[in-house]
Design a protein around this ligand. Structure first.
Ligand code: GH3
Ligand code: MG
Length: 360
C-alpha cells in the first residue's frame, strides 16, 4: 500500500493507493479519506477530477439541502452549506470552492447575483450550477449570462444533480490542469535554465517595481552588476562544463546571500544582477565585498587543477531626482563594473555620487 498525502485547506487529506486486492477496495483504486466524506474508494482514473473537489451549496431550504446532501452521500466531494447569499459569498472568498451550487431564490444576494459576484473575482475558475424553480427557468438566459455554467430545475432528481456535478468536476479538473501548466510556464519564462535563478526578464521586472516603490516611499535601492573575471579563459582552458559549474556555484552563493525582500538573477553569460533595497551604503558595500571574497576563496577542481575564479562588481544607488528607470541605474552600475575591470578586476566599485574604488 502506497500513501500519498495531499494538503488542502486546513489539513492533510489522505490518499492511499491499494496495490493488492482488498476485501473492499479493488487494485488500482485510491482510498480517499477526509473529514467530510469519510472513506471512499475511487478509480485511479478519476482521482484528479473527483477527490479534491470542494462544493459550496448556497441553499436556504432544509428540504433542498437534504436532497443535495443525499445526492452527494458517499461521493468524494468536500461539501459546505451556506444558508443565504451573504454567507455564501463570505465562504466563497474564504474557501474558493471548485463548484458552487446556488439556489436562485435565497436570501440576498440571490443565486444570480452570486454568479455575477463570483465572475468578478480573479483567480481559479469556479463551476456554477443554478437551482431554479419552473418559473425561474423562463429567466434562464439571465442566469447563464450572469455566469452560471449549468442549472437544475426543482424538483430535481439526485442522479441528475450528480451527473451535472460530474460534468462540472471534469471541467474544473481540466481548468486546474491548464492553470497549473500556465503557472509552470510563467515560472519557466522567468527562470534561468542553468542556475535556476530569476532570469533577466524576472530580475528587471522586479527592479522596476522596486524602483517605483523606492521613489514613492523614499527608501534606498541598490543595483549591483557582477561579472566573472576572465571567464572566457576558464572555458577555453578547462572546458564549457567546468565553466557551467563555476556559474552554478556563483549562483548558489547568490541564492544563499539574498534576503527574501531582494532578488539576484542571471542576466546571461557570466553576468548577474542583484537588486537590494533598504540598506545603507556602508552595509551594502560590506555585503558585496564579502560575496566577492567568498567566491574568490572557493576552489574548483577542474580535471585535477586547483582553480580559483574572481568576480568584479559595479554598484549604483538610486538617486530619486535623476533615476527614472532601471536602465538609468544599470548604466551607472555598468560603468562602475567597467572601472572595476580596468582597475585590475576582483573588486567592488560603487557609483553613487562619484565613482570610487573600495577594495583593490
Ligand atoms: P572579463 O573579465 O572582462 O569579464 O573577461 P571575460 O573573459 O569574462 O569576458 P566576458 O565576460 O565578455 O566573457 C563571458 C564569457 O562567458 C564568454 C562565454 O564563453 C562565457 N559564457 C557565456 N555563457 C556561458 C554559459 O552558459 N556557460 C559557460 N560555461 N560559459 C558561458
Ligand atoms: Mg566576464
Amino acid at each position: 500500500m502506497l500513501a500519498v498525502e495531499i494538503s488542502r485547506h486546513g489539513g492533510p487529506e489522505e490518499l492511499m493507493l491499494v496495490e493488492r486486492p482488498d476485501p473492499v477496495a479493488a487494485a488500482g483504486q485510491v482510498v480517499v479519506r477526509n473529514r467530510w466524506i469519510g472513506v471512499n474508494y475511487v478509480d485511479l482514473q478519476h482521482r484528479a477530477s473527483l477527490c479534491a473537489m470542494r462544493i459550496l451549496i448556497a441553499e436556504d431550504s432544509p428540504l433542498c439541502q437534504k436532497l443535495v446532501e443525499t445526492a452527494l452521500t458517499n461521493q468524494p466531494y468536500e461539501i459546505h452549506f451556506a444558508a443565504n447569499g451573504q454567507e455564501a459569498l463570505r465562504m466563497f472568498e474564504a474557501e474558493r470552492p471548485d463548484i458552487l451550487i446556488a439556489d436562485w431564490m435565497i436570501p440576498p444576494p440571490s443565486g444570480v447575483e452570486l454568479c455575477r459576484e463570483v465572475r468578478k473575482r480573479a483567480g481559479g475558475y469556479t463551476y456554477v450550477i443554478l437551482i431554479t424553480s419552473k418559473s425561474e427557468t423562463e429567466n434562464l438566459i439571465e442566469g447563464l449570462e450572469a455566469g452560471a455554467d449549468d442549472y437544475v430545475t426543482k424538483p430535481f432528481d439526485a442522479g441528475e444533480l450528480l451527473a451535472r456535478i460530474r460534468v462540472g468536476s471534469r471541467v474544473i479538473a481540466m481548468s486546474r490542469e491548464i492553470e497549473t501548466r500556465n503557472a509552470a510556464l510563467e515560472e519557466a519564462i522567468r527562470t534561468d535554465y542553468l542556475t535556476e535563478l530569476p532570469n533577466r526578464k524576472a530580475v528587471e521586472e522586479f527592479a522596476s517595481k522596486q524602483l517605483e516603490a523606492a521613489r514613492r516611499h523614499g527608501f534606498p535601492l541598490w543595483i549591483v552588476v557582477a561579472d566573472l573575471d576572465k571567464f572566457k579563459l576558464v572555458n577555453d582552458t578547462y572546458g564549457h562544463v567546468a565553466g557551467d559549474q563555476a556559474i552554478q556555484s556563483f549562483a548558489e552563493l547568490l541564492k544563499a546571500n539574498t534576503r527574501a525582500s531582494d532578488i539576484s538573477g542571471r542576466l546571461g553569460g557570466d553576468e548577474f544582477l542583484l537588486v537590494i533595497s533598504h540598506g545603507e551604503k556602508k552595509a551594502i558595500l560590506q555585503t558585496i565585498d564579502r560575496l566577492r571574497a567568498d567566491f574568490a576563496s572557493e576552489r574548483f577542481d577542474f580535471a585535477g587543477h586547483n582553480v580559483q575564479i574572481t568576480t568584479s562588481f559595479g554598484i549604483a544607488g538610486l538617486n530619486a531626482a535623476n533615476d527614472k528607470t532601471v536602465a538609468d541605474l544599470l548604466i551607472r552600475a555598468d560603468k562602475a563594473l567597467y572601472t572595476a575591470k580596468s582597475a585590475g578586476r576582483n573588486q567592488v566599485i560603487a557609483a553613487v555620487d562619484r565613482q570610487f574604488v573600495l577594495h583593490g
